[in-house]
Design a protein around this ligand. Structure first.
Ligand SMILES: [Zn+2]
Length: 355
């Protein structure tokens, strides 16, 4: 800890991370002097990329010291809305989209449970196939958990508990965990089983869960292997981890480079790629693991990255014009088509680990 940056409201100590967390190779400077583009968090940050061609992990340097990481999150204007970005910004309106989502889930995953019901309303689910980015969003974590025997499930970073609610409806006994007290209070009001804090302070028993789910969490933690080892410990043998994280090899990152929304300095400490994430799962103890990429939220990532490229920032509260959303849809569809040939260019890496 050789230097510190003073923030307006909080003091966050920083430390250098010159070598790769995964393989120890030196990092090459990828982007210099980036600042936060969404929440006004002070400070400038670099991203380094592992010099080993086999690894190519990307990481934040300097990086906040562990104890001060929670201070960064006090800058977020609104944490953990009840509905995902995709739903909030839908030009069709939330209700319609939810109907398509639920119908698609019923068609593909027998959601909310029981036998398939082929009434006309449910057939609107086929519309989800017209929007690859939103469909990939809806698919998580249904696709990674598909076929797994249902039991106790933990959603890490559960926010307001929407996924906990959905997983309960799907037949799991779902619980959530989050470090945001307001989000947890909100989820409790809905009668959901949720815990405040980090996965490590809960001291869950060994093997007490059948599934652990985390979306956009692993890139925020300073020791991802230790973090996933805790997920591994609380899973029963054969239990499943499902996670999603931005993909450093994505078409979005390739096109937008330093303006790519998912760099998110200083909140994103690591940007993984499929083989690098596989190394994390293996070292965390998972006997079997699969990583693939999907165009999840690729339309929204396009809109946000374009905004950063043009104006230097992105405010997700502002409504986006329909023409821009249509362009986002087009770019996501291009990505989806490209995935038929180049399997690693999806916006996000999805990983499944089996204990
Ligand atoms: Zn490396």
């Amino acid at each position: 800890m050789d230097s510190a940056v003073v923030m307006e409201r909080e003091r966050v100590r920083i430390t250098r991370r010159p070598a790769c967390y995964l393989c120890g190779s030196p990092g090459d400077l990828l982007y210099a002097n980036l600042s936060d583009r969404q929440f006004g968090i002070p400070g400038t940050w670099n991203f380094l990329r592992c010099s080993s061609e086999k690894c190519r992990l990307i990481w934040l340097d300097p990086t906040p010291v562990d104890d001060d990481i929670p201070r960064i999150y006090r800058y977020l204007r609104v944490t953990h809305q009840d509905h995902s970005r995709a739903e909030r910004s839908s030009p069709l309106g939330l209700k319609k989209l939810l109907q398509v989502r639920d119908s698609y889930l019923a068609l593909r995953y027998r959601f909310p449970g029981g036998e398939r019901d082929w009434d006309a309303g449910r057939l609107t689910g086929v519309l989800a196939y017209l929007h690859p980015a939103k469909r990939a969003d809806i698919d998580f974590p249904f696709r990674p958990l598909s076929g797994a025997p249902k039991g106790r499930l933990l959603d890490v970073g559960c926010g307001g508990g929407e996924m906990v609610r959905l997983m309960n409806l799907w037949g799991w006994q779902a619980e959530g965990i989050d470090f945001d007290p307001l989000a947890i209070e909100n989820a409790k009001k809905k009668g959901l089983t949720v815990h405040l804090g980090s996965i490590t302070d809960q001291r869950f028993s060994d093997g007490s869960f059948d599934a652990v789910v985390m979306s956009h969490v692993i890139e925020h933690v300073s020791n991802p292997i230790q973090f996933l080892r805790e997920a591994w410990r609380i899973l029963r043998p054969g239990g499943r981890l499902a996670l999603a994280t931005p993909n450093g090899w994505s078409l979005g990152h390739t096109v937008w480079k330093r303006n790519w929304i998912h760099l998110h300095p200083p909140m994103h400490l690591f940007i993984f790629n499929p083989p690098a994430l596989a190394v994390v799962l293996r070292r965390a103890g998972f006997a079997q693991y699969f990583c693939w990429t999907e165009p999840r939220w690729a339309d929204q990532a396009f809109v946000a990255s374009r905004s950063i490229s043009r104006w230097g920032n992105f405010d997700e509260r502002l409504p986006q014009p329909l023409s821009l959303q249509a362009l986002g849809w087009l770019m996501a569809s291009v990505q989806w088509l490209g995935l038929r040939v180049w399997k690693n260019l999806g916006e996000e890496v999805i990983a499944v680990g089996i204990k």
